[in-house]
Each structure stands twice: as structure tokens, then as C-alpha cells.
Design a protein around this ligand. Structure first.
Ligand SMILES: Nc1ncnc2c1ncn2[C@@H]1O[C@H](COP(=O)(O)OP(=O)(O)O)[C@@H](O)[C@H]1O
Ligand SMILES: [Mg+2]
Length: 384
């Protein structure tokens, strides 16, 4: 028995790993000075981010955008190819080499995030919630043939494409252990211990990835779980943390740290990595929110100086919510007419605030570029 679990040799020659129950024991998690410091910094950053949603005029705007950013980053970790513009502008031709399937995959993630958080008003974070959200996540996309909403009944493995059970990087626990391990995880989630929420979320995410309870979608669901937990525990009052950004940027380290728990029982290094991820992404999110707030304030003043009509102001406010819009959508949103909206759009184009992006005569789309630039910071880097 290792600190993190046991290796089980199978008759067929492979070795599966079954994790020990949380929290880490023999010895318990060592909260050394570095870990304590990282925890304090992460808590501070998350607190600041949460506080922002109370002072910024339109926090739901950030929820809308940040959930999409998290969805995109989390899906990209395993190779989905699409851009934030594709997600914010779903009816248009993709601006990257994305397939409709990739866009749908990210949309499903957004759906699972929103549905899950809504469900949390009625049921706790539980295996039930996890299964329901897994079904939402995988319906109709990559992995949909792989029993959405149900725990696996066969042995799976993690490895390079083409790897087999025998040369896999990691073989999760045997299928007959999954139900028990997931109930134990659920119990740990609700344990009345004194483990700080961020540390607890780190432990739970890693344990979930080690159990790998589904045939596919474990990475995405395990990352959704982080947000569910932080909102459930009221560490965040809105899903403003796009932690997958950090996991994607440090993907190799993310995987190695997970492996080091299993192989060497190194929970501490993983928890530290996770706390850095929380701190960095919380600071980025707060910075982006501040930048967006400043940009909107500055541009509002610029428009006011040009003495616009009411529709122009209203149209601009719509762009402050969604940075990419078309005449048709605006007609619906503002219950107006095509020529009136077009006049307002032209005024904003002349002011240099928005520009046309489709290059087409019909179905033109306009983007509030400076705003889009802040939102898409670092999101379009392709992963290897
Ligand atoms: N050694 C490892 N190598 C790769 N991924 C790992 C490793 N250990 C755990 N994982 C987790 O497995 C996830 C991939 O599992 P998978 O079920 O395919 O999820 P998804 O379909 O959502 O990408 C990764 O995102 C990561 O969180
Ligand atoms: Mg997968």
C-alpha cells in the first residue's frame, strides 16, 4: 500500500491503480510554509475576484464570457480546435479551423456548466449531479458513443493514441471499484473536516482523474467539478474562474503532477500546482474585468461626445454584452427596424468603435474589436 493507493496486477499482465480514500494519510498532507503561503495568495486572489462581481455594474456579463472562456480552454486541453470568436459568434463561419463538432463540444460544456450550477440550487455536488452533467456534456459529440451519464463497466487506460492496456501511461482502477470509489469521493466532499476549500478542490479533482469513472469526458467533467465545488462551497459566488487556462498552458506539468500523486504519493506538489493555477487565473480574470470596465467607460464617453441618437446608445450597450452582433439580432433584441439599426451601426463604425467582420453583403456581422481583444487574450494559442 502506497500513500496514494495500491497497484493491482491483472492476470492479463497490466497493472491497474486503485486510489486510497481521501484525505491523504500516512503521512497526512504536509502544509509547509510554501503551501501555506500559496494558499493565502490564492485565497486573496479569489476573494478579490469575487468582490469585483459586487462592484462591477454588470457581473453577469463576465459570467457569460468567462464561462465560455473556461469551456473553450478546458475543451482545448484535449485537442478541440475552435476559437473564442467561434463560440461568441456561433452562427457565423468558423474563424479557425474548427469543425462544427468542436463548436458543439464547447457549447455542451457551457450548457453543462450552467445546468450544473442551476442544479446545485436543489441538489448537492454528488455522483448523481456528476452523471447528469456527463450526459449533457457528451450528448451528440465526441465520446457520445461512450455511454454518456453512466460510469464505465470496462477497464480503460490513459496513453498516447494507439497505446494499449499493456503500454499505457496509466491504468485507472478496475471497473468493479468505480462505484465504491465514487461514493467515497462523494462522502469526502461532504465531510465536515477543516480542510481549506481550495485544497479540498485540488484533492478532489486529482482523485476524480485517477478514478477516471467514465469512458470519456473525464478531463472535462473533472474540471467542471472544480467550478461546481467552489460555487457550492461559496468560495466563488459566480463561476468567474477559468482555471483550465492554466492547465492548458502547463499541460505537461498538469499531467506529470497527477502522475506523481499515483506513483510517488506526492500530493503536496499537486496541491501547490493547483493553488498557483487558482491564483494566476483569478488575477487574470480580475484584471480582464477591470480592463473591460475601463474600456466601456472610455467608449461610452466617446460616443456621448458625438451626440448620438438613442438607438445608437442602445446598440452600443448591446455590444458591451456581446462583442459580435448582426443587424438581424439587434432588430430582435431592441424590437426595432432594420434601417434604424443600420443607421446606428454605421454611426458606431464611423466612430471607429465597431467594424464589419463577415466581408459579405448579406448577414453582416459587426465586432467590438478592442473588447474582443481583451476577452480572447491568450485563448487562441494552439496546443501541440
Ligand atoms: N497521465 C496522464 N496523461 C494524460 N491525461 C491524464 C493523465 N492523468 C490524468 N489525466 C486526465 O485525463 C484527462 C483525459 O481524460 P478523458 O476521459 O479523455 O477526458 P476528456 O475526454 O474530457 O478529454 C486529462 O484531461 C487529465 O485531466
Ligand atoms: Mg477524451
Amino acid at each position: 500500500m502506497k500513500r496514494s493507493g495500491i497497484f493491482i496486477k491483472h492476470l492479463k499482465g497490466y497493472t491497474a491503480f486503485s486510489p486510497a480514500t481521501l484525505p491523504p494519510a500516512n503521512p497526512p498532507l504536509s502544509q509547509d510554509e510554501e503551501l501555506t503561503q500559496l494558499l493565502a495568495l490564492a485565497n486573496l486572489a479569489v476573494g478579490r475576484l469575487s468582490g469585483l462581481s459586487a462592484i462591477i455594474p454588470d457581473p453577469d456579463l463576465f459570467v457569460y464570457l468567462y464561462v465560455r472562456k473556461e469551456a473553450l480552454m478546458s475543451s482545448q486541453i484535449e485537442g478541440t480546435q475552435c476559437s473564442l470568436e467561434d463560440i461568441l459568434n456561433p452562427d457565423a463561419e468558423p474563424v479557425s479551423e474548427s469543425s462544427p463538432n468542436d463548436i458543439e463540444e464547447v457549447s455542451n460544456y457551457v450548457k453543462a456548466m450552467n445546468e450544473g450550477l442551476k442544479r446545485l440550487e436543489r441538489i448537492p455536488v454528488s455522483t448523481r449531479l456528476i452523471k447528469e452533467m456527463h450526459a449533457t456534456l457528451l450528448t451528440g459529440v465526441r465520446g457520445s458513443g461512450k455511454t454518456p451519464g453512466e460510469f464505465r463497466r470496462s477497464q480503460n487506460w490513459i496513453g498516447r493514441p494507439g497505446a494499449t492496456l499493456l503500454n499505457a501511461d496509466f491504468v485507472p482502477p478496475p471497473p468493479e471499484d468505480v462505484d465504491r470509489l465514487m461514493s467515497e469521493l462523494e462522502k469526502f466532499i461532504h465531510d465536515n473536516d477543516r480542510i481549506p476549500a481550495l485544497i479540498k478542490a485540488a484533492l478532489i479533482h486529482a482523485q476524480f482523474e485517477t478514478i477516471h469513472p467514465f469512458l470519456d469526458g473525464n478531463g472535462r467533467l473533472g474540471r467542471l467539478l472544480i467550478t461546481y465545488l467552489l460555487c457550492f462551497w461559496k468560495v466563488l459566488d459566480k463561476p468567474l474562474l477559468y482555471i483550465s487556462y492554466y492547465f492548458k498552458a502547463h499541460r505537461t506539468e498538469y499531467y506529470t503532477k497527477l502522475m506523481d500523486i499515483r506513483m510517488r504519493g506526492d500530493w503536496e506538489a499537486w496541491v501547490k500546482f493547483f493553488l498557483r493555477a487558482v491564483q494566476e487565473t483569478a488575477e487574470m480574470a480580475a484584471q480582464a474585468a477591470t480592463d473591460i470596465y475601463r474600456l466601456h467607460t472610455k467608449d461610452r464617453e466617446r460616443i456621448r461626445d458625438a451626440q448620438p441618437n438613442t438607438t445608437t446608445i442602445l446598440v452600443f450597450e448591446q455590444f458591451c454584452h456581446e462583442p459580435i452582433l448582426s443587424n438581424a439580432i439587434l432588430v430582435k433584441r431592441l424590437d426595432s427596424t432594420k434601417p434604424t439599426i443600420q443607421k446606428a451601426l454605421d454611426a458606431l463604425v464611423n466612430n471607429g468603435l465597431i467594424h464589419e467582420i463577415s466581408g459579405k453583403k448579406h448577414g453582416r456581422r459587426y465586432a467590438y474589436q478592442e473588447y474582443l481583444d481583451i476577452l480572447t487574450r491568450d485563448t487562441n494559442t494552439k496546443i501541440g
